[in-house]
Design a protein around this ligand. Structure first.
Ligand SMILES: C[S@@+](CC[C@H](N)C(=O)[O-])C[C@H]1O[C@@H](n2cnc3c(N)ncnc32)[C@H](O)[C@@H]1O
Length: 266
């Protein structure tokens, strides 16, 4: 079923429609993409140990939906990009995964699911950075989650040490500090970079933050993957430091992404 997209940023789906075909090769199937996804999937396995009904926001090409279906979950995989969802359907067909259903839907249109309840909600790798009104998103998702249910999200943060150093060394200061203003234009859309404090505030009427991790404090952002893939020793060293520091208080706020787990109040 296709839904009407409700989004103030009219062109926003198009950028990802264009990216869809190259998304897995450019990210999911790279060393960095695999490393980051595996980190998030470890957390999913811990918080959702028993099979249940999960809602995935901004599901992209369905890598996580397939992983979760493999654990026995039923997944409603939503995304506003029709091209991304086509790739999920292709993969689920090939894997005969009956537990995954897809729905073309913007996060801003979540009230369309009103009446349904899930035991968990996932938003991986930055889909929430496309959302302007976090308070509305938090309220909408709270209505779709069972009491005590977990909402796992991975969001791009505003202060990224790697990005600041890398682009400053190249003399590209606009790029180095682009996130500090809280938002910037990317292709045909606006990307927002909320701090953890801002996210906690938006979520606090309905959710409690129960876990936070850095993703990309020592490991570089995905666009530096080529440099890392050519140096396995460097990869192992950075991955070691990353694993050791992932929950270090304060430091994780300097990472490319942060992984947050919220629990809905009873
Ligand atoms: C960087 S990709 C992440 C995809 C996937 N979650 C993953 O882990 O690979 C971001 C996804 O967010 C989707 N997206 C962007 N804005 C959205 C919105 N307002 N509502 C729903 N999906 C959105 C895009 O179409 C894209 O598939």
């Amino acid at each position: 079923m296709k839904d009407t997209l409700i989004n103030t940023d009219i062109g926003a789906g198009n950028a990802f429609n264009v990216l869809a075909k190259s998304y897995d090769d450019g990210f999911s199937h790279t060393a960095l993409g695999r490393y980051y996804r595996q980190r998030v999937q470890q957390v999913m396995s811990r918080y959702w140990p028993a099979p249940g009904q999960l809602l995935e926001l901004n599901a992209g090409t369905g890598e996580d939906a397939l992983f979760l279906a493999g654990l026995g979950h039923q997944v409603l995989a939503t995304d506003k990009s029709a091209a991304m969802l086509d790739i999920i359907r292709h993969k689920t067909g090939a894997n005969n995964r009956q537990q995954i259903t897809t729905r073309e839907m913007a996060i801003e249109a979540l009230p369309e699911l009103s009446g349904r309840q899930f035991c968990g909600i996932l938003s991986n790798f930055g889909g929430l950075n496309c959302v302007k009104n976090w308070h509305a998103m938090a309220e909408d998702t709270s209505k779709l989650l069972l009491p005590n249910g977990y909402y796992i999200m991975v969001v791009m943060g505003p202060w990224v040490l790697w990005e600041m150093i890398y682009f400053s060394l190249k003399g590209q200061f606009n790029k180095a500090f682009r996130r500090l203003g809280g938002s910037c234009r990317w292709r045909d859309m606006t990307i927002y970079y909320p701090s953890v404090r801002q996210i906690k505030k938006a979520m606090s009427p309905w959710f409690n933050l129960v876990e936070s991790q850095a993703l990309g404090l020592f490991m570089p952002p995905p666009y530096l993957n080529n440099r890392l893939e050519s140096s396995p020793k460097l990869y192992r060293g950075l991955a070691y430091l990353e694993d050791k520091s992932k929950q270090c208080p304060g430091l994780w706020q300097l990472a490319d992404h942060y992984l947050l787990v919220f629990q809905k109040y009873e």
